[in-house]
Ligand binder design. Structure first.
Ligand SMILES: [Zn+2]
Ligand SMILES: [Zn+2]
Ligand SMILES: [Zn+2]
Length: 90
């Protein structure tokens, strides 16, 4: 699915996890706002991007080693791996 330049994490993904709801599940708990949403491809949680004040997606990736997210924004079709800083469109 992903191109050959993508890292091993992205290449190992065969089925995409799409957001169940368009909300950051962590921001929702604390009443915070987000800018863009990302969905973890290991556990399926949807969290906010690095342009958001709380950066829940990257904190999640680092804290529990879930490397790959997709954009949960409508019309955006890309994956990103945090540890490898690797990007791929699908
Ligand atoms: Zn990777
Ligand atoms: Zn958030
Ligand atoms: Zn996860």
């Amino acid at each position: 699915m992903a191109d050959a330049a993508a890292c091993v994490h992205i290449q190992s993904i065969t089925t995409l996890k799409h957001p169940a709801r368009h909300v950051c599940e962590e921001c929702l708990k604390i009443g915070a706002r987000w800018v863009h949403l990302r969905t973890c491809q290991t556990c399926g949680v949807t969290l906010c991007c690095d342009s958001s004040p709380n950066r829940h997606a990257s904190h999640h990736a680092r804290a529990i080693h879930h490397p790959v997210i997709i954009s949960a924004e409508p019309g955006e079709r890309w994956l990103y791996c945090y540890p490898d800083d690797s990007f791929a469109e699908y």
